[in-house]
Design a protein around this ligand. Structure first.
Ligand code: PLP
Length: 360
């Protein structure tokens, strides 16, 4: 056993009332408990793993994170299956990615076994918070912030690793996938090779807000980012990776150091390979997508991410060119991927890839 054998537990005086499942949104309601663990070089690294009541933090205004943004996060989900079993989707992969993010931002790595144990124990304790209705889930947000009170620029000596939980409603209210309109961003960039585009860090989101706002004013829901150097090659959508179905084959941008390595992206790739559909992970120029459309070969476009699982794209705008994809309808392939992944998550399909971890 790891240090989690010494996990401290602070009991809440009073538990909150659970929200009405039909009113759940995203990330507004939090459960009774959270996990917290501190890092201090002098105290031997990560120590004091504790589960305690969800409550505000008290931090010095000089804490590193407020000034230099040294922070990372993850986002994953727990599901309640029809027989009451509670599972987490690919938690090991999310924790491994947290450590990849840590490495790039000079944050000390966490023991992956310990982090997984913490996650499982917290969800077990909060299992009554996992909503039952199909499509709903318990969103899990692990994150690490640098908390040393010091204004000099170097890696912080103190950190906090926390996990908070939020019951969330179904992404697709009526279970019907609805295609989104996407604006291909040709002015701002999200990330460059050698930077932190492959890292799940708050700053990437801060940097993306203005483009997102511009796109929304023009009537588009999300931005598709192009590469930061030539403004030519497709990277990803705001918080999703992107896939194209062209003439029966699947294409997605290759991980190149500036694209986030999505767990859903990886799950889609494994399924596509398993189904024997040709898959190309490569550099994709935006003009090739528009050309494929012109030739009538662009069959489907969809984003992948934990929140939506699969998000079909019905319209793409690049400069003054607008294309409608698959009649602005959800494509068969996107639907099959969605049904398969959610089927595994909700226990309706056999978990042949060993993706779900049973909590209780
Ligand atoms: C989290 C995230 C994704 C999707 O990753 P999943 O692991 O599939 O949820 C894609 N792009 C960015 C920028 C992200 O932060």
């Amino acid at each position: 056993m790891t240090q989690l054998a010494q996990l401290e537990f602070v009991k809440a005086d009073k538990l909150k009332e659970k929200p009405d499942p039909s009113t759940l949104q995203f990330g507004k309601v939090f459960t009774d408990y959270m996990f917290e663990m501190d890092y201090d070089i002098e105290e031997g690294g990560w120590h004091n793993p504790t589960i305690k009541p969800f409550s505000p933090l008290s931090l010095s205004p000089a804490s590193f994170v407020f000034h230099y943004g040294q922070a990372v996060f993850e986002g994953l989900k727990a599901y309640k299956q029809a027989d009451g079993t509670i599972v987490i989707f690919r938690p090991e992969k999310h924790i491994a990615r947290l450590n990849t993010s840590n490495e790039r931002l000079c944050i000390p790595k966490v023991d992956e076994k310990l982090a997984l144990e913490a996650l499982v124990q917290l969800i077990e304790l909060e299992s009554d918070w996992v909503p039952e209705k199909e499509g709903t889930s318990l969103y899990i947000r692990p994150f690490i912030i640098s908390v040393e009170p010091y204004l000099g620029v170097r890696p912080s000596y103190h950190y906090k690793f926390m996990i908070i939980l939020s019951p969330v409603g179904a992404y697709y209210a009526d279970g019907q996938l609805n295609p989104v309109k996407i604006f291909v961003e040709d002015e701002f960039v999200r990330a460059v090779k050698g930077g932190v585009g492959h890292v799940k860090t708050p700053g990437n989101y801060a940097a993306s807000l203005l483009a997102q706002e511009h796109a929304q004013k023009k009537g588009y829901e999300q931005v598709l980012w192009l590469d930061g150097k030539e403004n030519k090659y497709i990277e990803e959508v705001g918080s999703m990776n992107i896939f194209f179905k062209i003439n029966g084959e699947i294409y997605t941008p290759k991980l190149n150091g500036s694209i986030l390595s999505g767990v859903t992206r990886d799950s889609v790739i494994e399924l596509v390979k398993d189904w024997g559909v040709p898959l190309h992970e490569e550099r994709i120029a935006i003009e090739d997508i528009f050309e494929a459309h012109q030739k009538g070969l662009l069959e489907e476009v969809f984003g992948t991410g934990t929140a939506a699982v699969i998000s079909p794209v019905g319209e793409l705008r690049w400069e003054d060119k607008v294309i409608t994809i698959n009649n602005n309808e959800t494509g068969e392939f996107a639907k099959k991927l969605y049904d398969t992944i959610t089927g595994i998550q909700y226990g309706k399909l056999e978990d042949t890839f060993n993706w779900v971890k049973k909590v209780k």
